[in-house]
Ligand binder design. Structure first.
Ligand SMILES: Nc1ncnc2c1ncn2[C@@H]1O[C@H](COP(=O)(O)OP(=O)(O)OP(=O)(O)O)[C@@H](O)[C@H]1O
Ligand SMILES: [Mg+2]
Length: 289
């Protein structure tokens, strides 16, 4: 893909840094790195997601929330062409990354997935050592790496795991706790130097302490990356996200099929304190979903 924009982590400009407490003072959307327009996602004839427009800003965390089955995972996977790997899945509309449609002819999906990485609900270490898990991506993508040891250390440090594993890098990754495995998977994603990290309920298999560590980590990662997170935990969205998109499933008039639609997208504080749509209000107040 052509790199037309300066990558945020290498930008010499000091970037504003927003903490959770500043949710209400964010600038308007203006710093878009990734976005989708008129996005429909189908599984065969079934349209799982309908006409979604969203913009994701550099160095922000955006949360996708909504009831089960409203298409959050489907949408998330369409943002880095992960749906290509699912039989029958088809995307219509555009997903723009740095001004380029990732579904355009000639775009390499492997390169898309390197630059827009993904962390899954359940930690999925490879049956390899911790070191080899982190080095795997750089090796298979043929990244030019001056020192793999340094890259492994840097990635594990950024994922807040280095101090816990530095003396057992050659031990199997399966020996780590669930929370450590998830941070290792984040380190593995970071190692190939993506711009965006997509996270699909990354804390749902973790206890509250491991969850807090991941949330703290997300705040640190926001300095270098743009993050999109799916979460069922509304407190989590309120704690970590700069912006929140609320989805629901509604019945299509013609077929009666339930399809996912974007109801409201705004700064997180607005969504939780001053929702504009009754459906958002009902959901966040626990009356639905
Ligand atoms: N591989 C697939 N093949 C066919 N239909 C699918 C597939 N994956 C998801 N769907 C359907 O698409 C719709 C959206 O599913 P999706 O998993 O994206 O929802 P979700 O919002 O992530 O739900 P949850 O909160 O339960 O994870 C659902 O109706 C689901 O049954
Ligand atoms: Mg899901």
């Amino acid at each position: 893909m052509s790199d037309t924009t300066t990558q945020s982590s290498s930008s010499p400009e000091p970037r504003p840094h927003f903490h959770a407490a500043n949710h209400g003072n964010l600038p308007p959307v203006s710093n878009q790195l990734l976005g989708c327009e008129d996005l429909d996602v189908y599984y065969g004839a079934f349209r799982a997601v309908t006409e979604v427009d969203l913009e994701f800003n550099r160095n922000e965390i955006t949360a996708l929330i909504g009831p089960s089955g409203c298409g959050k995972s489907t949408l998330l996977r369409s943002l880095n062409r992960m749906n290509d790997l699912i039989d029958g899945a088809r995307v219509e509309g555009t997903v723009n990354f740095m001004g380029q449609n990732i579904y355009a002819k000639g775009v390499d999906p492997i390169e898309v997935r390197r630059r827009i990485g993904m962390v899954f609900q359940k930690p999925n270490p490879f049956p390899k050592s911790i070191y080899d898990n982190i080095a795997y991506g750089p090796r298979v993508t043929g990244m030019s790496v001056s020192s793999m040891d340094d890259l492994v250390e840097e990635s594990l440090t950024k994922a807040a795991l280095w101090s816990e594993v530095k003396d057992k890098l050659k031990a199997p990754a399966f020996g780590l706790s669930g929370g450590q495995q998830q941070r290792m998977c984040i380190a593995r994603t970071i190692a190939v130097k993506p711009e965006v990290i997509l996270m699909d309920e990354p804390c749902s298999a973790l206890d509250p302490i491991a969850t807090m560590r991941i949330e703290d980590l997300m705040h640190e990662l926001r300095e270098d990356f743009t993050i999109v997170i799916v979460t069922h935990n509304m407190q989590q969205a309120a704690r970590v996200a700069d912006r929140t998109a609320f989805f629901t499933a509604h019945a299509e008039e013609t077929t009666g099929n339930r399809t996912g639609v974007l109801v409201e997208f705004d700064r997180t504080a607005e969504i939780f304190e001053n929702p504009k749509d009754k459906r958002t209000e009902d959901y966040i107040s626990g009356r639905f979903g």
